[in-house]
Design a protein around this ligand. Sequence first.
Ligand code: ADP
Ligand code: MG
Length: 686
Amino acid sequence: MAVRTLGPLDESLRKKLEKLGLFSDFDLVLHLPLRYEDETRLTPVSEAVPGNTVQIEGVVAEQEVLVRPRRQLVCRVEDVSGSLYLRFFSFYASQAAAWSPGVRVRALGEVRTGFHGTVEMVHPKCRVVRHDMGLANTLTPVYPVTAGLPQRTLAKLILQAFERLQKKRLLQEILPAAILSAYPLPAFADSLSILHCPPAGVSIASLQQRSHPAWYRIKFDELLAQQLSMRSHYRQRHSQRAPVLLQQAGLRQTLLKVLPFGLTDAQHRVVAEISRDLARPYPMQRLLQGDVGSGKTVVAALAALQSIGSGYQVAVMAPTEILAEQHLRKLSEWLTPLGIGIGWLSGNQKKNRRNEALEKVASGAAMLVIGTHALFQETVQFRRLGLVIIDEQHRFGVGQRLALRMKGGSENVIPHQLMMSATPIPRTLSMSYFADLDVSVINQLPPGRSPVVTRLIDSTRREEIITRIREACLAGRQAYWVCPLIEESEVLQLKTAVETCETLSRIFPDLSIALIHGRLNSEEKSAVMAEFSRGQVQLLVATTVIEVGVDVPNASLMVIEHAERMGLSQLHQLRGRIGRGSATGVCILMYQQPLSEVARKRLQIIFEHNDGFEIARQDLLLRGPGEFLGTRQSGVPLLRFADLEEDTALLEMARNAAEEMLRNYPDEAQRHMQRWLGRKEDYLRA
Ligand code: ADP
Ligand code: MG
């Protein structure tokens, strides 16, 4: 579709437009006003209420240039109803000359109460009235602009682009009438026209708050394009082939019998959802969400059994060495007794160990393969891979996940994929950016967990914290001390951690203290973790390497230094390491004043909420979807117009409409995606 035809423009103008992200006529017509000015009517001066933005007209009665306290031009303007002051702090001599007493001017600006209780406008838009100057017919749009690009120029370019597209019939209605009438929405071109040139009388508030039907149409179209794209990928997957993995009741029963606990209802439910998907001939792509400690590992183990029982290998991938090892330990404990061969692949493995492991993977002797990103290197060949399980999926880039998905082995099938995440994704986000996945949620914690108690303590009150640690350890419990995150320098971070450990060792000569950080090699790390697990280490000083997945039930106290530097999901993850046993967990967040506004807000949220979903929702509000999604979705165009928090109802509508269009109006669906996504569509395939 030839919409990329900005008319002939001079080079500097084109550059300015590009700076605003405007490359085509279509970009221009979707460059929507930030706000509007009402130049369609005049307000009598006596009715100019402070706080409102109005246009007045009157005769300059007095004019003065003051020098104190600042140089300024002040004009008193009168109409039949009264008078007010116009105040300008920067002005040209020509303007002072033009707005001299006796001259009729028109001024538009926000009314406020001046210093001596007078009514005034500061820096209004002000013009001399000529005899033929009528009032505007439409509201005046105010666009986002860039330096050197005047509003009027941009408005004209937008109008020209609109007319060009109209003439080429490129703004024609695409949506089928049935859809339009089901969700009463104004036509696309009409909506654009209203937003750029609202007729006099349209409520400015409804335009600026984006609650006017014309805005709904634009937001709906945007959401619809996103849904169409995500859902059509979802459907395309159904035409790919995956191994049919049938549930082996015997194996499952054996595992359930050796587990020291029974599954929660929520675990039962998600296990059933996954099990059903695995038995289908097309690849599953399911996101398993569950708060920290909700018991995702055992769900993964049951899914793995279904694949292994059907003769297909399973790869379990974790983002860190510590976490991968923990899976290795737990899954070996559960699955080795069932006679299942387990392989281990990590980045800094000795060459011969690695070759041994690779061979077991290739021959199928290892039916379960656990590891870090080392799992998706070229040299790793599976015999028959049926299922890929990715823990803490948000830590991996799209590309890395794709690489693993391709490794189906000799058969021409695509393995099923289960992604697990402890960073809960708010519902609106999963409905939009994750609409190409199926989602299972474990919305329940195993019984007997009491919520972690969170304390906020100013770092000047270190003494109190020291006392608490001593008490906890003397009572036979264990504690974490999390060292500050120093983003600028890993070296500095390490140095701080070492020093902290030394200081704490001096303070607690009677406690057994160990240090763990990212620079230790994997053997050293696992040795430290094993000692902590066995209770030989009482206080574990750590950098944020323990953030994800570590599970030591007897550790019930955690101190986090400089908590104000950490993100919400990081704090929630860290806090999730404690309160896993019978003793009530206590998490002490040490912070240092002064706090930035955002840091204060974050600490308040983490203090007030324990539920990961609520924290994620607040985090989304605080940061917006772009930041929240981080690297996972890089390349996916973010929504420009719709706001997931405000427009939930529109999102639901768009989702239903997308399903209906893919089913009944495939051509229109294609054209709609083309209009909105154009070349960007490729990224979405990732
Ligand atoms: P996460 O979802 O954070 O990965 P884990 O799978 O590590 O959580 O489980 C946390 C802890 O809870 C583990 O010690 C695990 O063995 C235990 N657990 C899991 N499910 C249950 C259950 N239904 N009842 C009791 N304990 C459970
Ligand atoms: Mg986990």
